[in-house]
Design a binder for this molecule. Structure first.
Ligand SMILES: [Zn+2]
Length: 301
């Protein structure tokens, strides 16, 4: 509507409806200010068929170990991803194909399993502990608001994040930043070894547990150890204690980047994830391949 005013003011002036003396109080907008197209994040051409990297994190410590990301390497992951034009989305946004990211950017999904306390602790004053994954990401997002704390946390019935008293508060905080809470069973069993009844119990109870802690719409699920139940039809939904349970997305463990949201190759109940570690086929491999153009990710047109 900004452009209407000068036109209206000029026509009213020419008709003598307003005094010329009052005209200078109106500041004309800078030419073209409302017409500038949004700047592209990278010069990568749009590619809606490209794959999406779904990263898998577990524990965090000061030093890197097997299945443990050092906080320094996590900070470096955030920087590398942001600088390479990636923008965070949740698993739900990815499977729904509703990724609100700017032109020229690529989506990345950061997922966190097992709700370890090293992912998210609170200090005595209630603020996030800076020496946890969430603390590091929060600090990074203050300097880079385009890379907000927006990931999917696949939680167990451990508080979550180790302390029952603070579980609900942490869930509320994560959701307020745009993150999503997903389920990961109650006790982390190998689903391949359980009866159908026990699989249903683990999958249903964990959703109810997280929702009792304030998690909104728990519709994504991570398989412990990436192992499928023997009866894979349970992933399509089941009835437990008279109630229907169904997850819209199920993620596996280590693998390659996942197919694009609209791709016929995408099985929403078997989403592969890239391990975020120094592993040969982990995050570094794909970021290096992006650099030497041997991997073409999804790029927002
Ligand atoms: Zn796990």
């Amino acid at each position: 509507m900004k452009f209407v005013w000068p036109v209206l003011a000029i026509s009213l002036l020419s008709l003598g409806f307003i005094e010329t003396a009052s005209a200078p109080t109106y500041q004309l907008p800078i030419a073209g200010a409302w017409a500038a197209p949004p700047a592209r994040v990278t010069d990568r051409p749009g590619n809606i068929k490209g794959d999406v990297m779904v990263l898998m994190y577990h524990r965090f410590e000061q030093s890197e170990k097997y299945m443990v990301r050092s906080l320094a390497n996590f900070r470096s992951d955030l920087k590398r991803l942001r600088d390479a034009g990636f923008r965070p989305v949740t698993v739900s946004e990815y499977v729904d194909g509703k990724m609100d990211i700017p032109p020229g950017s690529s989506p990345v999904v950061l997922t966190f399993d097992d709700s370890w306390d090293t992912q998210f602790k609170l200090l005595r004053n209630g603020e996030p502990d800076p020496d946890t994954a969430v603390g590091v990401w929060l600090d990074f997002s203050k300097k880079h608001p385009e890379f907000p704390v927006k990931g999917t946390f696949f939680c167990l019935a451990n508080g979550p994040f180790g302390t029952a008293a603070q579980g609900a508060k942490k869930i509320k905080m994560l959701q307020s930043w745009g993150s999503e809470i997903g389920a990961h069973t109650m006790t982390h069993p190998n689903l391949a070894r359980l009866s159908d009844e026990r699989v249903k119990e683990e999958m249903a109870k964990s959703k109810l547990y997280l929702e009792s802690k304030g998690a909104k719409n728990v519709r994504t699920f991570a398989l412990p150890y990436g192992n499928l139940p023997r009866n894979t039809s349970l992933l399509h939904g089941f009835v437990w204690k008279g109630k229907v349970f169904k997850y819209d997305a199920v993620v596996l463990a280590a693998g390659n980047p996942a197919p694009a949201p609209g791709s016929s190759r995408l099985n929403k109940l078997r989403i592969p994830r890239v391990i975020a570690s120094q592993d040969t086929y982990g995050i570094n491999n794909w970021l290096n391949r992006l650099q030497n153009k041997t991997w073409k990710p999804f790029v927002q047109p």
